[in-house]
Design a protein around this ligand. Structure first.
Ligand code: HEC
Length: 289
């Protein structure tokens, strides 16, 4: 029976390690965490079930052996427990905690006697030992769940996620801030996204009077260095925003956000010196460089 106990313990340990080893194959050192795919979930499920079934089979085998042993002892009237379960639990408990039961305490009393205080040489108390086993099991699952399978994100991944979220919020905030620009604080923007956005606004709203490439038409040429109302970004912003109604330039204040007007003004500046064909003759004053 002792031998059997040892073998079964070794088998459980072996099965578990094999299981761990096979799981290792699915672990990738993920730089960023992503939720497991359904394929991965399936694999873990199959793996977990295999482990569970192996443990059950082993357990059943042990039960049968204990039952046979118990029947023999019972027949001889030597059974120490009331049931097969009892005898199994007793040997498991003994194997796990190695504690000497209270009844046999006097066997492990040491010789010292200090004014009636005596020393007992028992093992750690069973509740403590079981707590220790619990921490081992917990550690194994913790490692599997966080480090091998990546079921849940690690702290570093959580941090990255939050960082990403914060970047999105910052971008959103900056967008609302962009709409608070006016002619006193506007600055030329050069990022591709804003300019592309401004180009499409220009093509639908401004092209008819200023030409496809800004060469001018009914409105003045926007690509040369001559300006009627000033060629710096603040002046251009102002012209677009308030228009020059008496001369046929529309005020766009109501139609566009100030962020859009900023992009449009920047887009117009980006057309400077492009010399498009059929350019309209310069109007106004040359901008000071
Ligand atoms: C209905 C025709 C028309 C449309 C549409 C129009 N403009 Fe104009 N724009 C004009 C006219 C006319 C002027 C010249 C005003 C003047 O003579 O003072 C002008 C002037 C300007 C100026 C000043 C040029 C300078 O020399 O100082 C800018 C900048 C400008 N427009 C940008 C735009 C933008 C951007 C749009 C589209 C959002 C637009 N315009 C749409 C007719 C138009």
């Amino acid at each position: 029976m002792k031998q059997l106990n040892k073998i079964s313990k070794q088998t459980v340990a072996f099965l578990f390690l094999t299981y761990l080893g096979s799981m290792q194959a699915f672990s990738q050192s993920k730089p960023t965490w992503k939720s497991p795919t359904s394929d991965e979930l399936m694999l873990w499920f199959v793996g977990g079930m295999t482990l569970l079934v192996s443990v059950l089979v082993l357990f059943t085998a042990m039960y049968v052996l204990y039952a046979v042993q118990y029947m023999i002892l019972d027949k001889q009237g030597k059974a120490k427990t009331e049931s097969v379960w009892g005898s199994m639990w007793k040997s498991l408990d003994k194997g796990l905690t190695n504690a000497i039961p209270l009844e046999r305490e006097k066997d492990i009393l040491l010789d010292h006697n200090y004014d009636g205080i005596r020393e007992l040489d028992n093992h750690m108390p069973p509740w403590w030992v079981y707590g220790f086993y619990f921490t081992i099991v917990f550690a194994v699952f913790y490692m599997l769940i966080y480090h091998v399978w990546g079921t849940f994100p690690l702290q570093a991944n959580e941090y990255e996620e939050e960082e990403k979220q914060a970047q999105i919020e910052i971008a959103a905030y900056q967008k609302t801030m962009a709409n608070s620009v006016d002619e006193t604080n506007v600055k030329q923007v050069k990022d591709k996204a804003s300019l592309a956005q401004a180009k499409s606004l220009y093509d639908t709203n401004c092209k008819s009077c200023h030409g496809v490439a800004g060469e001018g038409g009914m409105g003045p040429n926007l690509t040369d260095a001559y300006w009627l109302h000033g060629g710096d970004v603040k002046s251009i912003f102002k012209t677009i925003k308030y228009g020059v109604q008496a001369k046929g330039m529309v005020p766009w204040e109501k139609k566009f956000s100030s962020g859009d007007i900023q992009s449009l003004a920047s887009y117009i500046l980006s057309m400077q010196g492009t010399n498009p064909p059929n350019a309209k003759a310069p109007q106004g004053d040359k901008a000071k460089k």
